[in-house]
Design a protein around this ligand. Sequence first.
Ligand code: FAD
Length: 402
Amino acid sequence: MNNLKNTKKYNIAIIGAGASGLLASIFLTKKNHTVTIFEKNNKVGKKLLATGNGRCNVTNENISLNNFYSHSDIQQINPILENFNYKKCKNFFNNIGVEFVNNEIGRVYPMSQNSSSIVDSLEYEALNNGVKIELNSKIEDISYDEQYYIINGKKYDKLIIATGSTAMPKLGGDKSGYNFAKQFHHSTIDPFASLVQLVSDNKNLEMISGVKVDGVVENKQGDILFTKYGLSGSAILDISRDISYKLQHQKSVKVTVDILPTFSKNKLVDMLLQRAKTLASRDIYVWLDGIVNKKLSRYIIIESKIPENIKFAKFLNRKDILKIVHTIKNLEFNITDTKGFETCEVCAGGVILDDINLHTMESKLQKNLYFIGEVLDVDGDCGGYNLHFAWASGYTLAQNLR
Ligand SMILES: Cc1cc2nc3c(=O)[nH]c(=O)nc-3n(C[C@H](O)[C@H](O)[C@H](O)COP(=O)(O)OP(=O)(O)OC[C@H]3O[C@@H](n4cnc5c(N)ncnc54)[C@H](O)[C@@H]3O)c2cc1C
């Protein structure tokens, strides 16, 4: 506490009233700094409102380095995660009036199940602490006179870039943070879409559009939704970072889906051999109805390339059944693209970590300049990790600003 009393008071500008900027502003004003946030949207936290399908997956009970990625050594962010662990995060939100509920896999939501509780509480707390929020203020120009940062003609001792990434421009996604970083000699990794739907050129995809399975794709289990353009669903978002990365260097990537992961190959073979006898007169295109969705039933037979002269189940031999089982366990999709920045939840890439002091979030290249949140080259898995990094980096900055 004495420590806090002795620190100098600064006039601070934050660009971006999203997750990291709002949280940082609250802790900075608690230390009696004067804080102005510039936000280009007409309200704060527009992206936050859309998180978790409108419920906001605020954090995760199990915050671990394993859930985060960077082009630099990810171990470097450990102090940030330790500064603001799950318990601190929970205490902070409880203190501003938000109770948490946790689901069975550790994802944490506001008890109201409504992201507006998070945004409203952060905004209320910030305003109540005296943070000045300038809405409809897109910052395009920052100058520096060797002592002060000058924004819209006003001077600031310190500047915090909390602009987020290019993900979802309609919610505020913007590349200006990277441009500001470059202005002050920082290097960036070109952002690429993560937690994003995948586009496939498989020609029969339309046949199974709208079908959802609880499957396994590249070792990730969860919902897989087949759409006209390709693949969506939680398991697809989980693998999308890796695919998106590969697509930067190659034209397409093959992924395989196991649509019946709870059945072993042998169990399925036995089941289908038996089924070929009991449903002997069934048209092979509807023969799998009752095991899988009927659209998939037809699709699997087509993808298995069963000879055209086989019209009924009774004519399927063991070799045909093995082919069908192989298709069910390894449904192949050729991924040619992602749905990109327009729909992705986060961007991988951003301002390179090696030029940031990760104990204070201050630039190592430019005095009194700070970066927090998704503008940095850190991204996380689906499950509350991205917001946790935004909160934790905002907190780390505010607690250590001298
Ligand atoms: C649909 C969707 C769902 C998501 N769901 C979750 C989830 O449930 N859990 C989770 O952990 N993560 C989720 N995320 C990711 C999470 O929202 C982000 O990682 C997080 O918001 C990043 O925080 P930030 O402070 O860095 O940036 P943001 O929250 O994006 O805030 C940046 C702010 O800066 C403003 N800005 C940008 N440039 C300028 C400028 N030049 N001048 C003025 N203002 C500017 C923007 O308008 C924006 O308000 C989701 C993302 C999306 C798109």
